[in-house]
Design a protein around this ligand. Structure first.
Ligand code: NAD
Length: 471
């Protein structure tokens, strides 16, 4: 549009035309004006966001190729189309969500209005991660807009082309005072966190999650923390091993394993391990033919630091498949490790790359004991045909989400809350859960002053009596 002047454009230098304080102040002023509250405004902004995703699709796909070497289809499937779907669902249902809820009433409140209002918090900070730079920034943004908030978006500096594309184009489609993009790295985030917000939504590592939580506690700001960790997979001997291996390897290879809910490690018997590895060879061939080096479907590792970190893990245990890296291209071949020990580095840290270690267990119970000794996972995957095994995991473990007989797909399933528990995070979002996250549930009691409403109230006024307490 004519006269458009982005206030943040140079991501590398994180050069701002406004200070963080000014950005937040503008958002606060906009929130106070009340303009973000009407349904019509919220719907217009959601539409603007959808238009941005459609009209800037090529720029976004190009940016993700630059940052992570992601294939166009993967960008559409795991980011843009998911966002558009949620946008449409939210726009369709928002008027219903905005209606005050009327919970059941007791006889004392027979004549009263007993209502729950969903109030926006105010000015919200959303901090994104680099691995799905659109989904993890704009997904929470949908809930925040729907909730009637003003929002400051902070994309990850580790996906600079995506951050720059968002900062350049997104403001053209939205209300400029209410929604703003602020770029930068650790230094800028640290500074932003010194400012008071009404809600902070953070996606990233558990260690930085603790920093965010601490900063938020200074102002008692409520937070949602979408963190990481090791998401285990258990496979028993009742499954079709080819389908199982295909679903696990797809989840592990998506974005070269740089997915918060990627299956991190595999728990199975020695016999299942042998069959899994045989199946894996065929499946990786199916997926990547001549090899990941020449495949357009294989992503690169985001940075040299992460590349080196991952190559350090490949020396744990024994390589059954893969184990090769190319430092120039920052690619690592899909790798399966066997004879891994629980205290090896690859088992102590979240892997976040295309390496799958296998730990042998002899039963579902042994697997459950192994899992429950560690931090609560973000996702848990169980492959079995047995109902008792499925129930054992569902009742005997705690994790953010569970998928039985597949990986990743719970994040793409409409109407399921997405989030972690314990070290993998707090709070959740997606669809109505996102709207609920970004709204304060305000209980409201509305009472008349007439004689009829006053009559039943006599029980609370002195003089007190035993008769009154029995009522
Ligand atoms: P990260 O924690 O390093 O960075 C996330 C954000 O925090 C970035 O915007 C960065 O600028 C900021 N940051 C980094 N260090 C900081 C500091 N010391 N002080 C203040 N801010 C700081 O995470 P990442 O590398 O971007 O992402 C990888 C991690 O995120 C993995 O652990 C992964 O599992 C997790 N993750 C979780 C989800 C989820 O939905 N639960 C999704 C994606 C990634």
């Amino acid at each position: 549009p004519n006269g458009y002047k982005p206030f943040v454009i140079d991501v590398e230098e994180a050069k701002l035309e406004k200070t963080h304080e000014e950005v937040v102040e503008a958002a606060r002023k906009s929130f106070k004006s009340g303009k973000t509250k009407p349904l019509k405004f919220r719907l217009e902004q959601l539409k603007g966001l959808e238009k941005f995703l459609t009209e800037c699709e090529n720029e976004l796909v190009k940016a993700l190729d630059q940052d992570l070497g992601k294939h166009r289809q993967e960008v559409l499937m795991t980011e843009i189309d998911l966002l558009k779907h949620e946008l449409r669902q939210t726009a369709m249902e928002l008027s219903k969500w905005l209606k005050p809820e009327a919970p059941p009433k007791s006889w004392v409140n027979f004549l009263d209005g007993v209502l729950v209002y969903s109030d926006p918090y105010g000015v919200v900070l959303v901090i994104g991660a680099w691995n799905y730079p659109l989904l993890l920034l704009l997904g929470p943004f949908i809930g925040a807009i729907a909730g009637g908030n003003c929002v400051i978006l902070k994309p990850s500096e580790l996906a600079p082309a995506s951050a720059k594309t968002i900062a350049t184009y997104l403001p053209r489609y939205l209300d400029r005072d209410s929604y703003q993009v602020v770029c930068g790295g650790v230094q800028e985030t640290t500074h932003l966190l010194k400012i008071q917000f009404d809600y902070i939504f953070f996606t990233g590592s558990t260690s930085v999650g603790k920093i965010v939580h601490q900063a938020a506690s200074k102002f008692l700001t409520p937070v949602t923390l979408e963190l990481g960790g090791k998401s285990p997979v258990f496979v028993d001997d009742t499954v079709d091993i080819v389908t199982t291996a295909r679903r696990i390897l797809w989840g592990k290879c998506l974005n070269a394993g740089q997915t918060c809910i990627a299956p991190d490690y595999l728990l199975c018997s020695k016999n299942v391990e042998e069959r899994f590895i045989e199946a894996a060879k065929t499946i990786l061939d199916e997926f990547y033919g001549e090899g990941v080096k020449v495949s357009p479907y294989w992503s690169k590792i985001v940075s040299e630091r992460h590349y080196k970190r991952l190559m350090g893990m490949v020396s744990d245990g024994e390589v059954a498949i893969g184990g090769f890296g190319d430092p120039m291209e920052r690619t690592i071949t899909p790798t399966i490790l066997i004879n891994v020990k629980p205290d090896d580095l690859v088992m102590r840290e979240e892997i976040f790359g295309p390496i799958l270690p296998i730990i042998n267990v002899n039963s579902a119970l042994e697997a459950i004991n192994f899992i429950t000794e560690g931090d609560k996972p973000l996702a848990l995957y169980v492959f079995t045909k047995r109902k008792d095994v499925k129930d054992l995991f569902l009742n005997g473990t705690s994790s953010g989400n569970v998928t039985i007989n597949d990986t990743i797909m719970h994040i793409m399933t409409e109407n399921l809350p997405f989030g972690g528990v314990g070290a993998s995070g707090m709070g959740n979002y997606h669809g109505k859960y996102g709207f609920d996250t970004f709204t304060h549930k305000k209980g409201v009691l509305v009472r008349g002053l007439g004689a009829l409403t006053e009559k039943p109230q006599f029980i609370r006024y002195p003089p007190y009596s035993d008769f009154k307490t029995t009522l």
